[in-house]
Design a protein around this ligand. Structure first.
Ligand code: SAM
Length: 236
């Protein structure tokens, strides 16, 4: 997991800062993140992966559910931002949505078959990621799955990409993920998302390029050089 060196206390991303940020941008989140060509691309390919994983929404928690983008895959949602949750409730009035912190989940042990965690770990320091991993493990039933994404450490190293703040502050290699989940989960499958910046290709060429990009992102060992990876982890 990067950063490998211990962070100074003052540099630690505070959960409060992250939640304030999402409370402030909640009203424009759907539009600003997922209505542009990049957002449409990643949304489509994340769904291709999630569809393949056969999730039963009745037994699934979306953590954090944000504004509810992926709540078609889960009947339960949890997010620490009240404003993001308000929007999710507007989109999905029938779902069970709770405001809560992923480090201390408001659910009993063994509550879900699947927990989906998209676009959260990228913001967090190693200690917070570890706490969340333990909480997800606690609320999952035996043989349950944690479907979680993380930016690719190898891709960032290759492209010399350095994040200046907490927003995309962390990245992991597959080896880092295995170390994180040691003795709690097993890696069942890994799916790459976005090898090339295909969202910048002219519209006429985009569809075939996107399909090719998606296929390349699924090939081992190339997949670890995708922008980020979705992991299917089994609790044992
Ligand atoms: C980039 S959004 C992702 C939302 C959704 N998973 C998606 O893919 O559209 C990140 C979300 O994480 C939530 N969040 C950040 N830290 C959290 C924590 N410790 N516990 C619960 N939610 C948290 C934020 O409020 C925000 O809604």
């Amino acid at each position: 997991m990067t950063p490998k060196e211990p962070e100074k206390e003052s540099n630690k991303p505070s959960t409060d800062i992250i939640i304030d940020y999402y409370n402030n941008i909640a009203a424009e989140y759907d539009h600003s993140r997922f209505k542009n060509s990049y957002g449409c691309y990643i949304d489509k390919h994340e769904r291709t992966v999630l569809d393949k994983l056969n999730i039963n929404p009745k037994q699934a928690l979306d953590l954090p559910c944000g504004t509810g983008r992926l709540l078609n895959y889960a009947d339960y949602g949890c997010d620490a931002s009240e404003k993001m949750l308000e929007i999710a409730n507007g989109h999905w009035p029938g779902k069970n949505l709770i405001c809560g912190d992923a480090r201390e989940l408001p659910y009993e042990d063994n509550s879900f078959d699947t927990v989906i965690t998209m676009h959260l770990l990228m913001h967090l320091d190693n200690d917070t990621i570890y706490k969340i991993m333990k909480e997800v493990h606690r609320v999952l039933r035996p043989n349950g799955r944690w479907i979680v994404d993380a930016p690719s450490y190898k891709r960032r190293k290759l492209t010399n990409c350095k994040s200046e703040n907490w927003h995309g502050g962390s990245s992991m290699s597959i080896a880092d993920v295995k170390q994180l989940i040691l003795n709690r989960f097993e890696v069942k499958s890994v799916h790459g998302i976005m090898m090339f910046p295909v969202h910048r290709i002219p519209q006429a060429m985009r569809k075939p390029s996107c399909n090719l990009d998606y296929r390349l992102s699924q090939l081992a060992p190339l997949k670890e050089y995708s922008s980020y990876l979705i992991y299917e982890l089994w609790k044992f």
